[in-house]
Design a protein around this ligand. Structure first.
Ligand code: AMP
Length: 473
């Protein structure tokens, strides 16, 4: 069996890995590290959670160790492009961990933080820039970053970059890089468009794959519950409480198709006494970081996310993925459920399927080549529906910003990728994790309907989070 010592990594890197407790390389690392260390281009099919970050980070750091160079002002030796801020932050953190015993500077570049700070970081030159494409180009255009000395380019989650419409930015960026470079290309899936992109940017690449594109993580136990859209809030509460009562809830990631839907779910859970946080493109960077931290450290065990925001979130111990709405692109389902059952653990994925989502379910089952087990509605579901409706009637009206987004306002056109990864410029942001009851100390509390009291009566809040589903993720 291959061990890290077989790779001949520089001593400070090996020490950092030992300190992190990595004993054996993961399959993608076994396949990718040796050719990457030789300077070859790489085309890797691997999802987040497989250890792919180390697969590209370790060879880059090894290069820095073996070929030390003075930093050039406003230049970087390696550029990692990622589709979301979360993933970029996470990659940068991994680099820092693995380079703990080296003198390597790592900078993240993404929207949502003041640009002067990133410009200052560039002024001395850096070794690793981890960036989302839009802000990177902003920096280049402002003359604060020169890409002519990049030795290694990493494209991470290339399929997601394409989905997010980053293709033009990507092409522009690659056009600014030296032709003579090493390119490491990673994607969770390899549709034709991604294959074409790889063919264009890679020279004689070594192809590595840890899992065929469409296979679902085997360790995830999957189930679906058929339910009316309007009754999903009650179902979510009952399901979370059941999992909690069964003692299997570690962390639950709930997927909503829209930002507004995510906020509404958090609000409804709050009204039912369940502590939850939302993470999506309308949240500011500090808000996202706070929510992620709470989820990571267990003070909040239910995180409601949109697909975009959830990409790259690396939180171990996600015991449950709940697809509150089914994704309309089947591959997205695979990405979602891949958030659980990581690092050898088991996990459970539960989908809520309304009548108008049955076609999505069929697509998913075709893709994963599996019939998802159908579960019946829980025993106390009807009572929960009645209770939820009563609480909803007495709840304060939805905050204005949520209303605006629901109606399609907020100044952000739907498919604009920047709007999805950058903070809201116009239209402000929804309040953080609205409607949370006090107490609860991060547990999925068993207090059905207890949090509605004391609130001023207001106009009801319509259940059924599907409105405007495709607009603002
Ligand atoms: P990634 O797919 O790069 O996001 O990595 C997923 C998780 O696996 C991260 O938490 C890594 O720290 C962890 N990891 C990566 N490589 C190894 C390894 N060889 N042994 C144990 N954990 C690892």
């Amino acid at each position: 069996m291959t061990q890290f010592s077989n790779f001949g990594l520089a001593e400070p890197i090996a020490r950092a890995l030992a300190e992190k407790g990595y004993t054996d390389p993961t399959p993608i690392q076994v396949q990718a590290i040796p050719p990457a260390l030789e300077g070859k281009d790489l085309c890797g099919i691997a999802q987040t959670g497989t250890g792919k970050t180390a697969a590209f980070a370790l060879p880059i750091l090894n290069r820095f160790h073996n070929e030390p160079k003075h930093r050039l002002k406003y230049c970087t030796r390696s550029l990692v492009l990622a589709p979301t801020r979360e993933l970029a932050s996470q990659i940068a953190k991994s680099f820092e961990d693995y380079a703990k015993f080296m003198r390597v500077s790592v900078t993240t570049v993404f929207g949502g933080v003041p640009i002067p700070r990133q410009e200052r970081a560039m002024s001395h030159g850096v070794d690793v820039v981890v960036a989302t494409p839009g802000r990177l180009l902003d920096l280049v255009e402002r003359g604060s970053l020169d890409l002519r000395h990049v030795e290694v380019l990493v494209l991470d989650e290339a399929d997601q970059m394409l989905d997010l419409g980053f293709i033009h930015d990507l092409k522009r960026i690659v056009g600014l890089l030296p032709r003579q470079r090493q390119t490491l290309f990673f994607s969770a899936t390899m549709p034709k468009a991604i294959e074409d992109l790889a063919a264009r940017y890679l020279k004689d690449p070594v192809k590595v794959a840890v899992k065929p594109a469409a296979t679902t993580a085997e360790r995830v136990e999957q189930a679906v519950i058929h339910v009316n859209q309007a009754e999903k809030p009650a179902l979510l509460q009952v399901v979370l409480k059941e999992i909690e009562a069964a003692g299997t809830l570690d962390r639950a990631l709930v997927f909503s198709r829209t930002k507004h839907g995510a906020d509404r779910i958090v609000r409804q859970l709050g009204l039912a006494g369940i502590v939850a946080e939302a993470i999506h493109g309308n949240k500011s960077q500090p808000q996202r970081e706070r929510s992620l931290k709470a989820f990571r450290d267990g003070t909040c065990r239910v995180l409601v996310a949109t697909d975009i925001a959830a990409r790259g979130i690396d939180v171990s111990g996600v015991s449950h993925v709940i697809n509150y709405e089914l994704p309309n692109v089947a591959e997205q389902y695979v990405h979602r459920i891949g958030r659980t059952a990581r690092a050898g653990r088991t996990g459970q994925a539960i989908a809520f399927c309304a009548d108008d989502e049955r076609a999505y379910l069929r697509d998913i089952e075709k893709l994963i080549r599996l019939k998802v087990t159908v579960l019946g509605l829980p025993a106390d579901f009807r009572a929960a529906v009645a209770n939820t409706q009563r609480i909803e009637r007495n709840a304060p009206p939805m905050p204005r910003e949520e209303e605006r987004e629901r109606r399609g306002g907020g100044g952000r056109p739907g498919p604009n990728p920047h709007a999805q990864v950058r903070p809201a410029r116009a239209g402000g942001r929804p309040p953080a994790a609205g409607g949370r009851p006090s107490g609860g100390a991060g547990r999925v509390a068993g207090r059905p309907g207890g949090a509605g009291g004391g609130r001023p009566p207001g106009g009801g809040n319509r259940a059924g989070a599907n409105a405007g589903a495709r607009r603002g993720r």
